[in-house]
Design a protein around this ligand. Structure first.
Ligand code: NAD
Length: 475
């Protein structure tokens, strides 16, 4: 763990092992932190807060910029570590490191643009001044599926804003978190400004984070169920909150779209990170007029996806996170088939030589999916493309919006008026129009409804870590 600028063991002296999810090999071990460690880290962050917020934006920016340089300098090394610890193909890991580094540079720049404003008053003897100040100590909890970029997406804006941070990474990917903190340390971040607490059991740490009076903000990325529980607990001390939660993205292909182009896009985004992404399409609404061509191309693309060890350059599909994740995917596929969906390909666990311990599931294509099937409502978080044919283009907006989630949505059409109607009518935070990658450090990421609160990245991302302060001056 990294507390107050020093690498330390847990107070209990305990540690836990980290495994390669593809072959089950033990790849390391980290301290198993508990309540006391979380409290120590919060104390360090509280002590460091006044001096850090008093630094100029230029000084904070310079440290983040140095971290950006260091991350890019060791991008290949980090990508290999990520591939080994999380299982994703090394090429995808390399893209993630670039994305992660982008947040460091973006917020190094945004730090210098925290403009306030003056507001005209109705009183001649009054002046209004609006300024932004850091919220204070931030507690961050991050997931395993993007084990580097989800850290910098929180750390960079928080540090740029002048906040101090305590971060708890996912229990299956603490080595990537450690590598990120090594970079911050080498970049010259002062002691106590960012602290890392690793733990095998997240619950006690979460309880300290949500109840501690010194913590003024909780930022979380993970499942909707855990996000809701943390928000409920944090409400007792009225902490600020950012929540990046689950999704159930619609992927809508209108009859005027090129079905092959759309299917290639669908394959690209659906099987990214083996479907373990919150922006992964969960319902592919495809117009019946182009259904056959779409399904044919998608099946062809799926046929080319090879599963295996992420370090193998030909591999596109890594393992699922654990047995429970695999069981959920298998249950959804069985349920859909039992209720009449057609299984075009996949639909089974893969037993790969030498990788028997890995939770590999074959890339799967289902068509004829209907609203009574579990996959229609429940987030899959696995490599299953569920195609729902539709006939009436007037119904599609209501069908797509018929979910408790609201993170990402995708639309394929060549009709500009239709593209605008969909962009405006879809109740989702991120809309890809003929585009499967509407994400960037420069663009606001986040969801509506039960997909969360707040936005990460972009100009907006730093305001999640700032309070607005009004001054009324009588002159
Ligand atoms: P999870 O919610 O179980 O775990 C995420 C993090 O929360 C981990 O660090 C974990 O240790 C921690 N955690 C779990 N229980 C906790 C508790 N009681 N108290 C404190 N911390 C706790 O999620 P998961 O199932 O491992 O991850 C997949 C989910 O995350 C999916 O639903 C996915 O959509 C979501 N996700 C969302 C985004 C986004 O940006 N919106 C990004 C990645 C993942």
């Amino acid at each position: 763990m990294y507390i107050n600028g020093q690498w330390q063991q847990a107070s209990s002296g305990k540690s836990f092992d980290v495994f390669n999810p593809a072959d089950g090999d033990r790849i390391g071990s980290v301290p198993d932190g508990g309540r006391e460690d979380a409290e120590r880290a919060i104390a360090a962050a509280s002590t460091a807060a006044p001096a850090w917020s008093a630094r100029t934006a230029y000084e904070r920016s310079a440290i983040l910029r140095r971290a950006w340089e260091l991350m890019l300098a060791r991008a290949d090394e980090l990508a290999r570590l990520m591939s080994t610890e999380q299982g994703k193909p090394v090429k995808a890991a390399r893209f993630e490191v670039q994305y992660a580094a982008d947040f460091l540079l973006w917020f190094a720049e945004e730090a210098k643009r925290l403009y306030g404003e003056t507001i005209p008053s109705a009183r001649a003897d009054q002046r209004f001044l609006v300024a932004h100040q850091p919220v204070g100590v931030v507690a961050a909890i991050t997931p395993w599926n993007y084990p580097v970029s989800m850290l910098t997406r929180k750390l960079a804006p928080a540090l740029a804003a002048g906040c101090t941070v305590v971060l708890k990474p996912a229990e299956s990917t603490p080595l990537c978190a450690r590598a990120v903190f090594e970079i911050l340390h080498e970049a010259g971040l002062p002691a106590g400004v960012a602290n890392l607490v690793t733990a095998a059991d997240p619950r006690p740490i979460g309880e300290v984070f949500t109840s501690h009076p010194a913590v003024r903000k909780i930022t979380f990325t993970g499942s909707t169920a855990v996000g809701k529980a943390l928000a409920r607990d944090a409400a007792a001390t009225m902490k600020r909150m950012s929540m990046e939660l689950g999704g159930h993205a619609p992927f809508i292909v209108f009859p005027d779209a090129d079905p092959e182009h759309a299917a290639k896009g669908a394959a690209g985004v659906k099987f990214l990170n083996t479907g373990q992404a919150c922006i992964s399409p969960n319902r592919m609404f495809v117009h019946r007029a182009i259904l056959d061509a779409f399904v044919h191309t998608l099946a062809q693309r799926i046929g080319k996806l090879r599963a295996g060890l992420g370090l193998d350059p030909d591999v596109a599909i890594g393992p699922l996170n654990n047995e429970a994740a695999l069981a959920k995917v298998a249950r959804q596929v069985e349920d859909a088939v039992a209720k009449g969906a057609q299984l075009v390909c996949g639909g089974e666990r893969l037993h790969l030589p030498g990788l028997e311990k890995g939770c590999f599931y074959a890339p799967t294509l289902l068509t004829g999916v209907t609203p009574d099937m579990q996959i229609y409502r429940e987030e899959t978080f696995g490599p299953v493309a569920a195609v729902i044919p539709f006939d009436d283009t007037d119904d599609i907006l209501a069908m797509a919006n018929d979910t408790d989630y609201g993170l990402a949505a995708y639309v394929y059409t060549r009709d500009i008026a239709r593209a605008f109607r969909m962009f405006e009518g879809l109740r989702f935070g991120i809309i890809g129009i003929n585009d499967i990658n509407p994400t960037s450090a420069a663009a606001p990421f986040g969801g509506m409804k039960e997909s969360g609160l707040g936005r990460e990245g972009a100009r907006e991302g730093i305001f999640e870590y700032l309070e607005t302060k009004l001054g009324g001056f009588a002159v």
